[in-house]
Write a protein that binds this ligand. Structure first.
Ligand code: CA
Length: 237
């Protein structure tokens, strides 16, 4: 039920995991003025607990928490839910970014950030994670029939079994699988699947490709074309 907005009067529910009181207050005020509901917790344990009570539309996760490393929190949240996770941290080095994304985070905001930037990123990940009402795109089965990618419900079935992907992983796979065998350039993939103002590196793409391959159970579903990019290949059963 990740991404479901039911039971909250249609307002977006944001789970804010942040131990810094002044940051939490300003973020809460800013999200509230944008019409969002905020559930605020200050520890990793409380974040994991909160997820079992109500699935938010998005999680804003500080990396520097008093009880747990935020990356461990991200991993635990991801094991329980496909909820979009935006990591919010002062630790902007590349290793943290790639690690955070490998652990299933959907985006990354480095402190200090503007409230406007934060709101834009929240809206972007939630938009990607929620089916558009009335969208007419039906299930788009790959020709092999093994893989069914449904844009409306944002679910992926492999041989009839659901493959749980993060929002970005889904977008990546759906983008490539729309044209099996066609090679997509790295820059085009980054621009399409990530925001144009995304400032991560190409390692982000590699981390997501690795994760999608792993979840599909075979690396050849998404094949690298040296010096160009990636292509989706239908595998026989
Ligand atoms: Ca902190």
């Amino acid at each position: 039920m990740a991404g479901c907005r039911g039971g909250n009067n249609g307002r977006m529910l944001v789970l804010l995991v942040e131990d810094d009181r002044s940051i939490a207050e300003s973020v809460t005020a800013s999200l509230a003025s944008a019409g969002m509901e905020v559930a605020h917790v200050t520890t990793g344990v409380a974040a994991v607990d909160a997820l079992s009570l109500a699935v938010p539309d998005v999680v804003l996760l500080d990396l520097g928490l008093p009880d747990m490393d935020g990356l461990d929190v991200a991993r635990q949240l991801r094991e329980r839910s496909a909820v979009p996770i935006i990591i919010v941290s002062a630790r902007g080095d590349e290793l943290d970014r790639v690690l955070g994304l490998e652990l299933g985070a959907d985006d990354y905001v480095v402190k200090p950030f503007s409230q406007r930037e934060l709101l834009a990123r929240i809206r972007a990940v939630v938009r990607r994670g929620v089916p558009v009402p009335g969208a007419d795109g039906g299930p788009v089965p790959a020709a092999s029939g093994r893989l069914v990618i449904d844009e409306r419900t944002r679910t992926v079935l492999l041989d009839g079994a659901e493959v749980v992907l993060t929002a970005k992983e889904f977008d990546l796979l759906a983008y490539l699988a729309a044209e099996p065998g066609v090679v997509f350039r790295r820059n085009d993939i980054l621009e399409h699947v990530w925001d144009v103002n995304w400032y991560g590196t190409t390692k982000t793409l590699d981390a997501h490709v690795a994760s999608v391959r792993k979840k599909l159970g075979h690396p050849d579903w998404v094949q690298a074309v040296r010096g160009v990019g990636f292509k989706f290949v239908e595998l026989p059963s």
